[in-house]
Design a protein around this ligand. Structure first.
Ligand SMILES: [Zn+2]
Length: 501
């Protein structure tokens, strides 16, 4: 049974899909006025893992994530740059999609844009006014929080406590237009030069909270299964989305609320004023996307995550252990030629079954990726000790491929594509072969090519030939001089293997 921590009930609850075999999920997307930062990336990776896991568990997942392409921040940026708001929004929407694909976040099933859904939003406002939950003031429409007893139920806030904090504002006259200081804008009258739409209250545009209420209603219907976002959205954004939905339709809104924890940089809150604000695309200029994703998975999604050079380094080292397991096992399979089988089919099955069980147990417990990775590491060491020093037969190779197959499958559920991660490693290291290695291969092995990997192969072949002739001086020279360049030669039952420090 999958358990999900539900922010609204503040407890882990058994998960039950509202429809058999199908899960409807909504995750608040970006407001497209800038590139996304790594805190946003963390949230989107968290929900990408939730979605991938639910799909792997056999559910069909309808994943809706919006683009907020009309908003104060977009308008402000457009004014600063002397551009149309729609131009700014289009540019950063495209950049956002590119950035998400770069960290292997799946495209949503549906990615609605707020500006394309205005009629649905107006309908909701009309319903809110008709039912007495909203009122108009000079083209603005406000939601009346006092009219809905359920208001505050998500964030656990009490209106009277909130009121106390706003008393000062009211005496200064700032909140005069609203009946209650806590009331929030559902629809905003347009100021000159702003994007606007025709409405029963004149030219205007939707409030941010209304957008998600309308898009989730249209594409999922109420109540849907899971609503997700960063924990900074609980109040006021999610509280207000929920209030509008419940008031306009009388229905529940979302059955489970999931919120991802914040990301800190070097144990400090990320902020422009501290100068530690990190955009995802800047980070990806120097950091391998798989290592970044791995770092995010090491912390449970609800905990706050500390991002630092040190943590990145640790993540890279840890992830390298998994890559080494896959690479070694693949090498053993490719070089399988022994006559006698050494692997016990039953033992292989047990290992795989145990791994699958531990992974499921971790992920069923509120998507605990950190525990899931422990299961991955345990499995890797089991596979390593099983295959270490073995000469595999072709029958063994089939079993070993299955061992690696399930490892790749499960890393894939976490959004890490092992084949692509290994490829990007190989591409990175091919450029790093030192010229000295090629020179050494020319000198000792009569090598005439220019490729580092080929030079290493030529040297290994020369060493094997020297050993066959019992010419130990040459064989040792190859090993010693390669080792001084950072290459280790390991003799295995299947022949010599080169690895790099
Ligand atoms: Zn939202």
């Amino acid at each position: 049974m999958i358990k999900i921590y539900d922010s609204e009930s503040r407890a882990k609850r058994d998960f039950e899909a509202s429809e058999f075999g199908r899960i409807k999920m909504y995750v608040c997307g970006p407001t497209v006025y800038n590139y996304v930062h790594i805190g946003n990336a963390r949230t989107f990776i968290s929900f990408d893992v939730v979605r991938r896991y639910l799909q792997w568990r056999g559910f069909e997942v309808i994943y809706v994530s919006n683009i907020t392409d009309v908003d104060d921040k977009i308008i402000a940026r457009a004014h600063e740059e002397g551009r149309m708001a729609s131009e700014v929004a289009a540019e950063y929407t495209e950049a956002f999609i590119e950035d998400m694909r770069a960290i292997n976040v799946l495209d949503p099933t549906i990615r609605p844009k707020a500006t394309q859904e205005i009629p649905e939003m107006i309908q909701l406002v009309v319903a809110l006014i008709d039912k007495g939950y909203a009122y108009e003031v000079d083209g603005d429409v406000y939601f009346s929080v006092r009219a809905l007893p359920a208001y505050g139920g998500l964030s656990g806030r009490n209106l009277d406590d909130m009121e106390a904090g706003h008393r000062e504002l009211r005496t200064e006259g700032i909140a005069d237009r609203k009946r209650d200081a806590q009331d929030f804008a559902v629809w905003k009258a347009a100021k000159p030069g702003e994007p606007s739409w025709e409405s029963p209250w004149g030219q205007g545009r939707p409030g941010w909270h209304l957008e998600c209420t309308a898009m989730s209603k249209k594409y999922l219907g109420y109540p849907f299964d899971i609503h997700g976002g960063g924990c900074d959205l609980i109040f006021p954004h999610h509280e207000n989305e929920r209030a509008q939905a419940m008031a306009a339709t009388g229905s529940d809104f979302a059955n489970y609320w999931m919120h991802a924890g914040m990301l800190q940089v070097n144990s400090e809150k990320m902020s422009k004023s501290l100068g530690n604000f990190k955009l995802l695309r800047d980070v990806l200029k120097t950091v391998d996307p798989w290592n970044l994703r791995f770092l995010m998975l090491q912390t449970h999604y609800r905990s706050s995550l500390d991002f630092s050079e040190e943590r990145l380094e640790e993540a890279a080292v840890a992830f390298a252990r998994i890559k080494t397991t896959v690479r070694n096992a693949q090498w053993s399979c490719e070089n399988a030629s022994a006559d006698r089988s050494v692997l016990d089919e039953g033992h292989v099955e047990d290992l795989m079954r145990g791994f699958r069980f531990n992974f499921l147990a971790a992920m069923d417990d509120d998507f605990n990726t950190s525990k899931a990775l422990s299961a991955v590491f345990d499995y890797c060491s089991d596979v390593n000790s099983l295959l270490d020093g073995c000469a595999l037969s072709s029958l063994d190779a089939v079993a070993a491929e299955r061992l690696i197959g399930i490892l790749k499958e499960i890393m894939g559920v976490l959004g890490i594509d092992m084949d692509r991660a290994l490829e990007s490693d190989a591409a990175g290291s091919a450029e790093e072969y030192p010229v000295e290695l090629i020179e050494l291969a020319r000198e000792i092995a009569g090598f005439e090519g220019h490729d580092g990997a080929d030079a290493a192969d030529a040297l290994i072949a020369a060493r094997a030939a020297a050993r066959a002739e019992r010419n130990w001086a040459v064989a040792d020279a190859v090993r010693d001089r390669m080792s001084s360049l950072g290459f280790t030669i390991e003799d295995t039952p299947q022949g010599a293997r080169v690895s790099r420090a």
